[in-house]
Design a protein around this ligand. Sequence first.
Ligand code: FAD
Ligand code: MG
Length: 363
Amino acid sequence: MKKPDRQRQSFYSGIVSAVIFFGAGLLCGCGNTDRQESREFIAMGTYITLTACGSSAGEGLAAAEEKITALEKLWSVNDENSEIYKANRSGGEAVHLHKETAGLLRSALETAEKTGGAFDPTVYPLVEAWGFNSHEYRIPEDDEIKRLLENVGYRKIKLEGETLRLPAGVRIDLGAVGKGYAGDAAAALLKKAGINSALLNIGGNVQAVGRKPDGNKWIIGIRNPFDKGGLAGIIEAENTAVITSGGYERCFTGSDGRTYHHIIDPETGRPAESGLASVTVIAESGEYADSLSTALFVMGQEKAAAYWRNLGTAEPAKETDAGEKPFDMIIITNSGELFITEGVSGNFTPADDYTGSLTVLEK
Ligand code: FAD
Ligand code: MG
């Protein structure tokens, strides 16, 4: 590991952080011949802003919005017509899933296996018990947590082809991966419509399609978890997903004065206390980056670094020989230290006013 000198160039003039601001006019700066269009809407419990440049921008964005809302209908834990809602109340009966739901669940199960259960879609009963679904926050009793944990464990999920069987009491939630998948699907539709320059912000999950129309990479802000509205740094990106899991947004202060956030450690049934404030994963696939950002947050810095060393690569995104997908990450610990992987170090610039130390993780 090495500690580099901070790059002190000021990148901030004229830059828009996709994570924080939605100044679409500044985002694209399409040329005279190109049309730039944006769509802002609420879906999947979050604000979504899609911006695309190109003559078919309107058509591509309409298809992308339609797709995201269709996926929400399939996967919402609250919509009684959704597949997940029905599966969660199936009482052990077989449920037939749409092929996209089955595909996403299968890949979520693979991530659960690879991350040693740090990512686990069956953690939902605990998410509910803490009030993160209803926003009626509470601290469950130890006995309640113990009882609910009996129904947690991704191996309880039986998925054969498109047939799902959940034992009574086991409930699932694709909230840690659905927005990432939606970003991939939206990006694919935009590309299909002939768009090769777009920036998609799905509640802070950012998907960069191509480069900016001027040929430069997109610039995406990484939130400073300790300063609402502030940045820890910026990253330059093209054709990639930049996805953050943090404990600073969906959280509440309990009657004991402590802060509790929505990322649950499946082992304890409590908000993960891994020493991290946020984990940003940079990978070609939004779905992969989304699931990993949640899992690595649960793991903590050391285990996350070991996971990256085992599976990641600093090479451009491609399948490695081991069949694993490479990724990079930016970790911010509760004490403000920044850890970034070597593959992203050339594209990351810490904010001028960010005072935490910066360490580059090497293989
Ligand atoms: P992530 O880290 O990506 O995910 C954290 C979420 O995943 C938690 O909120 C919890 O649901 C779940 N989770 C917690 N711990 C784990 C774990 N260890 N392993 C796996 N999963 C875990 N929110 C609303 O308030 N209202 C809505 O109507 C609503 N509808 C939604 C519909 C869909 C289809 C999806 C995908 C999400 C919806 N959400 C809704 C959820 C909301 O957008 C979540 O806050 C979001 O999905 C969490 O994403 P994140 O990027 O903040 O954190
Ligand atoms: Mg996630």
